[in-house]
Design a protein around this ligand. Structure first.
Ligand SMILES: C[S@@+](CC[C@H](N)C(=O)[O-])C[C@H]1O[C@@H](n2cnc3c(N)ncnc32)[C@H](O)[C@@H]1O
Length: 223
């Protein structure tokens, strides 16, 4: 944490609002904003949240899907547990080929909606950060190919740059529509945008764990 970063945070309206309103991160307001525009949630949905720590998006999703819904968070970092019975968590890397098997088991089937706010540690070197972010976005998309219901939606963060167009084209092969979203709650100097891919068409050739059912069955719920 640099001095500038701490100063910026002190001036940040959403940071203080999150503290006041009990959200674990200011990121919660980005998701609330996107939901207001695109109606992401309804009671009863199964939601997968990739890169979920410290848990602001989990709080939003958990309250929107209610007790009949289910939200599963994934992160390489640990997560302070929630009391809400509809939120669960697996500490796992989004790039792991075993992840889809664990997700299907923990959610009890495929997700209606997949959220990915996964971000690498920022190095400050733009090309490096862009490439790392795109690798994580690709990993989220590959997870979606195996764990999203037909017709489902994927909301995925990317950093603007040369690789985004290619990624958008890849998404278009598997989804009916891909929209670009820039919430006001994103920091103004941030190059992050979100791609909202809607109307998932069934994956013909899932890229990773297809045929690996034995590994999935043997793996247990917790990595
Ligand atoms: C911007 S934060 C997410 C904030 C979250 N949406 C919230 O509302 O609190 C990005 C998260 O991505 C996670 N992350 C980074 N690389 C990852 C990976 N390879 N697999 C899973 N999670 C990862 C980080 O640990 C971090 O918690």
């Amino acid at each position: 944490m640099t001095r500038n970063w701490r100063l910026e945070r002190r001036r940040d309206h959403y940071y203080w609002r999150a503290k006041r309103e009990g959200y674990r991160s200011r990121a919660a307001y980005k998701l609330l904003e996107i939901h207001r525009k695109y109606r992401l949630f309804r009671p009863g949905l199964k939601v997968l949240d990739l890169g979920c720590s410290p848990g602001g998006w989990l709080q939003v999703a958990g309250s929107m899907v209610g007790s009949k819904g289910k939200v599963l968070g994934i992160d390489v970092k640990p997560l302070k547990p929630f009391k809400a019975g509809n939120i669960s968590f697996l500490q796992h890397d989004v790039r792991s080929p075993e992840l889809p098997g664990f997700v299907l088991k923990e959610l009890g089937g495929k997700a209606d909606l997949i959220l990915s706010d996964v971000s690498p540690n920022i190095s400050g070197v733009w090309e490096v950060d862009h490439a790392r972010q795109m690798e994580l976005a690709e990993a989220s998309y590959k997870t979606a190919l195996e764990t999203l219901k037909p017709g489902g939606r994927l909301l995925v963060k990317v950093f603007e740059g040369d690789l985004v167009d290619g990624f958008r084209k890849t998404l278009k092969k598997h989804f009916e529509k891909v929209k670009t979203v820039k919430p006001k709650a994103s920091r103004s100097r941030s190059s992050e945008i979100y791609l909202l891919a809607e109307g998932f068409k069934v994956a013909v050739n899932p890229p990773r764990t297809s045929g690996d059912t034995r590994a999935r069955e043997d793996s247990g719920g917790t990595p």
